[in-house]
Design a protein around this ligand. Structure first.
Ligand SMILES: [Zn+2]
Length: 433
């Protein structure tokens, strides 16, 4: 069998990438119910397969985030071994360092990082725009009791400015002034070479005014049109490369009418899929996904950008999300927070000092099969890199396996029971995450 890393599907010398190498196939759809959040009680949750030039993704799927084309402390081979199907890297970080030309010369993101599988890049919009305000790192926010100061960091130097054409910002690395726009983001992402890219959008926070959200949705639509045109031009111009799919991003914050309008705008353009983006209040995450799915054709895969927690994953899956990226497992692992069936807890608790059992008894990850709580705790306290590696492997496996089991439960017709039991157990002790 030829490796898709060396010979991705649909790439032929002298020809534009073959678009038919990317498609989505539905396998099982959740049945509608009386309390389904979509139109006429629809529940848009489903299993399926995203076919990409670098391989297939069985959905719903968890997409681990390797910001700088790397998982901190964990090799791509280890990610593959723990069952990860695909990885997401950040266009903005790779643009800053080492630069998109390097990845282009290397043969694209997957080949550059030795990942034999599908890859995603985000548009850079989130990173660029969050220079303007101290955004939370995740999409689903619990805003109860939150003041605007918690979201827009006061006194923080504003580093990004939005205008009709794009965003001007100062590099946090060296202070250089840069410009991002629809065309620039497409140019960068084509050179990065991921299988799935996102259109350049404007991210707002839940604290922006209604009128600003309206303007922003319209501006994001104008940018989306420009992204599609530039994407088509680059696909035709860059010969011999595999086809890269482009997802449009739906914004609109917490407003039903804006979410629906944004979704039908994105649906009207020639995108390969949709990204559900922007700030969403945690309590209406599922509802927001359902509004968007109401307005979208069902043959396009849907990615929910920046999921935060286990209950958010269930809400998003049930209401039509196919793929989800999340930085939490890796970031939490480095601080000693581990995800288990019985909730999230910190391994650096004193009572584990002489506990030689695995992090989780029935976990099949490499860490739990070979190492003890005591040892992982010791490594993390000593700030040894191996501690990050072992804790990250466990947490990434937790989310990969959770999505594998959700997928099996939809195909097997027992999603509702699985969801109820999993959430009851995970949150039984008041766990966060
Ligand atoms: Zn484990």
């Amino acid at each position: 069998m030829t490796s898709l890393l060396e010979h991705p599907r649909g790439a032929e010398p002298g020809k534009p990438g073959d678009r038919s190498a990317f498609s989505f196939e539905t396998i099982t759809r959740l049945p509608n119910t009386a309390d389904g959040l979509g139109r006429d009680g629809a529940r848009y949750g489903r299993t399926g397969i995203i076919h990409t030039p670098h391989g297939d993704i069985r959905t719903p799927a968890f997409v681990p985030v390797g910001t700088q084309a790397a998982m901190k402390g964990v090799l791509p081979e280890q990610m593959k071994e723990l069952g990860a199907q695909c990885l997401l890297a950040n266009a903005f970080h790779l643009f800053e360092r080492p630069g998109e030309d390097t990845l282009d010369l290397a043969g694209g993101l997957a080949r550059y990082m030795n990942w034999d599988g599908p890859t995603y890049t985000d548009s850079g919009g989130f990173q660029v725009l969050s220079l303007g305000a101290g955004f939370k790192k995740t999409l689903a926010m619990d805003v109860t009791g939150l003041k605007s100061d918690d979201v827009i960091a006061e006194g923080k130097q504003r580093l990004a400015f939005v205008d009709e054409d794009g965003v001007t910002f100062k590099s946090p690395l060296n202070g250089d002034e840069h410009r991002f726009s629809a065309e620039i983001s497409m140019g960068i992402q084509h050179k990065l070479g991921a299988d799935i890219m996102f259109a350049f959008d404007e991210l707002t926070t839940l604290m922006n005014t209604r009128s600003y959200q309206e303007e922003s949705v319209e501006r994001t639509f104008r940018w989306a049109r420009r992204c599609v045109a530039e994407h088509q031009r680059l696909t035709e111009a860059r010969l011999g490369k595999p086809y890269q799919a482009l997802f449009g991003v739906v914004q609109g914050a917490n407003y039903e009418d804006l979410r629906r309008r944004a979704a039908s705008q994105i649906a009207s353009l020639d995108f390969d899929g949709v990204g559900i983006g922007g700030a969403i209040e945690k309590r209406i995450l599922g509802q927001t996904c359902a509004w968007i799915c109401d307005e979208m054709p069902e043959d396009r895969p849907r990615h929910v950008l920046g999921i935060a927690a286990v209950d958010d994953i269930f809400a998003a899956v049930e209401n039509g999300g196919d793929t989800f990226d999340c930085v939490a497992p890796a970031r939490c692992a480095r601080n000693g927070a581990v995800f288990t069936r019985d909730g999230r807890w910190n391994i650096k608790r004193a009572q584990f000092k002489n506990d030689f059992s695995p992090i989780e008894a029935d976990c099949d990850c490499y860490t739990c099969r070979h190492y003890s709580r005591s040892y992982v705790d010791h490594l993390l306290r000593a700030r040894e890199y191996n501690g990050f590696t072992l804790a990250t492997i466990h947490n990434e496996r937790f989310f990969v396996r959770l999505l594998d089991e959700i997928r099996a439960s939809i195909d097997g017709g027992y999603f509702d029971d699985y969801k109820r039991e999993t959430l009851a157990r995970f949150y039984a002790n008041g766990s966060r995450g």
